[in-house]
Design a protein around this ligand. Structure first.
Ligand code: AMP
Length: 299
């Protein structure tokens, strides 16, 4: 079945302690759509400016990503600049230039309105609501967010969380949303806000799913060297949803497996700047790493 991904489509300028790369393909939707495309036909909703390099459009097309929902508007593409410390869990935003993103209103082409699996990637919660309003009977909606919206649009975000099947947040966002330091206690609290499924990401320490059937621990693939973690969370969510859309049967079982596949795609994402590594990825390489992760976690 098909997957619909909405979020930011950006040019990212990324600095790590070891290297610096300007204007790479980035954005929550770009990372997530590429990740989903390894598993299911993927539709992308976003906006870019006239400066958006054609080679990035070609990259999406090579992954058979449907771009009917990608608006190309006069003006500049959203530009985000960030810097990582030696401990790459610490990131600082240096610049956010909205460009055409300022006028973004996500409009779903008619063919997208019945897409069953939907990722509301990180954008303003008001825009995520707008997408939900256009959907007809989605099977499964997963919402992602970032700390910015917890501070700038909390009411919209809380209303959104009530409307979705699943919420994915990182551990610091879970703490901020609930005021609870303990992640397990925080997931319980997050269920009370609405969603049946709550996923808490813990960076290099994997992710925790809380679902009707109980908890599930998803490991992260251990990497000896992280080049650039930007987009790892989006790759995780995109891969997870792509896997889910490709499976029949029990939703919760598929969700657990989907987290493993998402986690593996995210690990590849961290091995290159921007989408450099993900763009060269194959389904065979993903399957191999899933098998390796299975061996690592077996006892
Ligand atoms: P992640 O590393 O998963 O947190 O996601 C990084 C991506 O988020 C980058 O590619 C950025 O382009 C994108 N991003 C940064 N700030 C924003 C924002 N305010 N709204 C939407 N996307 C953003």
């Amino acid at each position: 079945m098909r997957v619909l991904i909405v979020g930011s489509t950006a040019l990212d300028s990324i600095k790590t302690p070891y290297a610096e790369n300007p204007r790479l393909l980035g954005g929550s939707a770009s990372h997530a759509a590429l990740a989903a495309s390894f598993f299911a036909p993927t539709q992308l909703v976003g906006i870019v400016g006239e400066d958006f390099p054609r080679r990035y459009l070609q990259l999406f097309r090579r992954h058979r990503i449907d771009l009917d929902g990608l608006q190309i508007a006069p003006g500049k593409t959203f530009h985000w600049a960030g810097q990582y410390e030696v401990n790459m869990n610490n990131r600082r935003t240096l610049k956010t230039e909205l460009g055409v993103f300022e006028r973004f209103l996500p409009v779903l082409p008619p063919a997208y309105q019945r897409t069953p699996f939907v990722l509301l990637g990180n954008i303003a919660p008001a825009l995520q609501h707008h997408v939900l309003d256009q959907l007809q009977h989605p099977k499964f909606v997963l919402a992602d967010t970032m700390d910015l919206w917890l501070n700038a649009a909390l009411d919209d975000l809380l209303r959104l969380i009530k409307r979705v099947d699943a919420l994915v947040v990182n551990d610091s966002e879970a703490r901020q949303l609930t005021g609870l330091d303990n992640v397990v206690a925080a997931t319980r609290q997050l269920h009370r806000l609405g969603p049946r499924f709550v996923i808490v990401k813990k960076g290099e320490h994997g992710a925790l799913l809380s679902a009707p059937g109980g908890l599930f621990l998803c490991p992260a693939y251990p990497l000896a060297r992280v080049v650039d973690p930007t987009g790892a969370g989006d790759s995780f969510a995109g891969g997870l949803l792509g896997w889910l859309a490709s499976r029949r049967g029990n939703l919760e079982t598929n969700l657990r497996q989907g987290m493993i596949y998402g986690s593996v795609v995210a690990s590849f994402c961290c091995e290159g700047f921007g989408v450099v590594r993900t763009a060269r990825l194959t389904r065979a390489a993903i399957d191999q790493r899933v098998a390796a992760l299975r061996r690592l976690a077996k006892f």
